[in-house]
Design a protein around this ligand. Sequence first.
Ligand code: KG4
Ligand code: ZN
Length: 328
Amino acid sequence: MSLILAIESSCDEMAVAILKDQRELLCNVVASQIDTHRLFGGVVPEIASRMHVECVSTVLKTALNEAKINMQDIDAIAVTKGPGLVGSLHVGMQAAKTLALAYHKPLIGVHHIAGHIYANELVEDIQYPCLCLVVSGGHSELVYMKHEFSFEVIGQTLDDAIGEAYDKVGRVLHLPYPGGPVIDRMAKEGKHSYQLPLPMNDDSYHFSFSGLKSAVINLCHNASQRGEDIVPEDLACSFQEVAVDVLVSKTLKAAKDYQVKEIIVAGGVSANQGLREALTKRSDIPVLFPPMRYCTDNAAMIASAARIMYEHQQFSSLDLMVKPSYDL
Ligand code: KG4
Ligand code: ZN
């Protein structure tokens, strides 16, 4: 039995969730700043942390009211310790430490990616050993999990993360930030008519998306210099199919090599319909995707990972520091 209050503030969302036991989510509040950052075409770290400071108390109060819970009843305070934007992380961390100190509760520092992975467990038990494809704005990784809460990163991106590539392609197509979900919708309307290079189509488990991203950017610039129009839906479709193809191929190869029982997908790009369809269709073992509401950053996923850490009494001291990069 556990009742965990979790705070996630690693980027431009300030989120608080309260999770009872494994799956009973009493509230899941997310204050998004996306409309503000959209004006700048991407997340401005200084603005993100300032806005977190402004809203953290309100988000906490809203969460406790929605859950109809008093702080005294909470068993532990969980918080994202990193990776992420350091100023943003600090706001959540200070709020968590203050609550832990004031109410004499244990503190649990959670890795952001462990949170994304355990978002899956909010609906279904993960079968081990499994392979996790982590795809977000900051990560593209293949993680082998032999047991619960054991993480072996077997592949990662050598340059841009997949979400970052999506957002940069979105920018060159003059789409609102973040470009990822918009490109995903446009891809459905288009056809694969542009020839783009397959990114790092080799035997390794590593990814590289900057060449693909640059190819799209160059294609747009060259077309504009020649006064030619591009068909944005077709370019979105071509980019998405190439990106998804390499993600799926490498995931399936690793799943076979490591003889896992299940593939799980995590991170903001796990919302991508093209990826969902292709991986489900091409895999002959079960594939687990988080429900759409838990794909992008939220605190329910942090609470879900913290629930396991709570069971193993993996608590942090009040000296816990945020870091822009942490090993999983
Ligand atoms: O996990 P997340 O919320 O934040 C990070 O931890 O980075 O992921 C955000 C990323 C953004 O790059 C966004 O464009 C991408 O997830 N994203 C998508 C889709 N929904 C969100 N990318 C492709 N297709 C989508 N449907
Ligand atoms: Zn994330």
